[in-house]
Design a protein around this ligand. Structure first.
Ligand code: ZN
Length: 403
């Protein structure tokens, strides 16, 4: 089986013969030669098409299994059999994009080695970004910037990227950045002129200029070292564009320049926190005053006050506070049957601890006819109803119970 991409990363169309057909678990074809790259070494598989006897079949995924390359197809191929000739076409934009990420990884990994002796221990290519894991305890932001600068300098110098095949012995003599874990007689080397020499089976650009910009996106500590997320070429452009749109939108909302956003956002967050604190203090004070006035306005009968009131413009939070203030007012005893209309319509019942009623039971009774839900303890209960108009009726249902 010949891997055509080994010697030519830019070959996108080729002729081959079917050597095997796989039916389970998914339909797949094995060819005598292929330009399709199977997922390996951190680089993701190619997609594309196989054409035979006038029918085009979509290749959804390509994987390597026991030294065979399986081309997984969208549907079982009715017109394919062992020995049939096919024409393969790979999805070129997808491959080019992968080559940019993969070649960019070689350059970035070499930059971390050259500057700080931080070796790359793993590479991952995701749908949106790639990551390398560096074997180091820490990488300072300035170090990441310096590696990023050197990588982009190598890109701008447009250095040739060549494929070489050497023996293992020769490879050892050449001093590779990374030797493959498996011992092979022949090694495939990727040579970025006078910058990086490494053994790799992936597909690469012809010269570093084809990689485009290399941008670090995120640096985080992981178990095996430091993970650097990065994007190259087309992905770098897409990521920068998305950042710009998001930043411009945020800056528009705040009528600020994008560079002022961190400061402005921090200021807003602080203001929000202070405002919430102030609001809760004011609400508490208001509840205190309202409770005192309500007790004054409501005559005492049988030694306690019964306060029944609906607040259409107040929330559950407020009537809860108010109910507590009423029930715990100094030197007074009270039952509070309150309703609130703001947000989800709600009811709160409370009584001074020594009074004999059961707020939880009263709440259930009040809500029974309206289909609302609620409950609580002997001294405090809360519930909700579907509409504001139901509050009044619910209160009426139980006010006569408290005498
Ligand atoms: Zn490579």
């Amino acid at each position: 089986m010949t891997r055509l991409y080994y010697t030519d990363s830019f070959l996108s169309e080729f002729d081959a013969q079917v050597v095997d057909l796989v039916t389970a678990p998914r339909p797949a074809v094995v060819l005598d030669r292929t330009a399709f790259y199977p997922t390996s070494g951190g680089q993701v598989f190619d997609t594309g098409w196989l054409e035979a006897n006038g029918t085009r079949l979509r290749v959804l995924e390509v994987a390597e299994q026991d030294d065979r390359i399986l081309h997984y197809l969208e549907a079982a191929p009715a017109n394919l059999a062992v020995g049939v000739s096919v024409r393969g076409t790979i999805d070129v934009p997808r491959r080019r994009e992968h080559m940019q990420q993969h070649s960019g990884q070689h350059v970035l990994s070499a930059a971390f080695i050259r500057l700080f002796e931080m070796p790359t221990v793993s590479f991952h290519m995701g749908d949106e970004a790639c990551t390398i894991d560096l074997d180091t305890k820490a990488a300072a932001p300035e170090q990441v910037e310096q590696a990023e600068d050197l990588a982009n300098q190598i890109v701008m110098e447009d250095r040739p990227v060549e494929i070489r095949f050497v023996s293992l012995e020769e490879a050892r003599r050449l001093g590779l950045r990374k030797l493959p874990p498996v011992e092979r007689e022949q090694l495939r080397l990727i040579d970025i002129r006078d910058f990086d020499l490494t053994a790799c089976g992936g597909t690469h650009v012809r010269s570093t200029g084809q990689i485009g910009a290399i941008l670090a996106r995120k640096v985080e500590k992981v178990r095996q070292g430091v993970r650097v997320e990065f994007v190259c070429g087309g992905r770098a452009l897409a990521a920068a564009r998305r950042d710009r749109l998001a930043l411009n939108e945020a800056a528009g909302v705040l009528s600020a320049h994008i560079w002022e956003l961190p400061e402005q956002v921090r200021k807003l967050a602080d203001e929000g926190k202070a405002a919430r604190k102030q609001r809760s203090e004011l609400l508490n004070e208001l509840a205190e005053l309202r409770a005192a006035r309500l007790l004054e306005e409501t005559p005492e009968t049988n030694g306690f006050h019964v306060v029944v009131k609906v607040f259409p413009d107040r929330s559950l939070e407020f009537i809860k506070l108010l109910a507590q203030k009423l029930a715990r007012a100094e030197g007074k005893r009270a039952v509070a049957l309150l309703g609130a209309g703001e947000g989800s319509p709600a009811l709160v019942f409370a009584q001074t601890a020594e009074l004999p009623y059961d707020m939880g039971a009263l709440m259930k009774e009040a809500l029974a006819a309206s289909g609302g839900r609620g409950g609580g303890t002997k001294d405090m209960a809360q519930g909700g109803v579907a509409k504001v108009e139901m509050i009044e009726a619910a209160l009426e249902r139980v006010r006569a119970r408290v005498r």
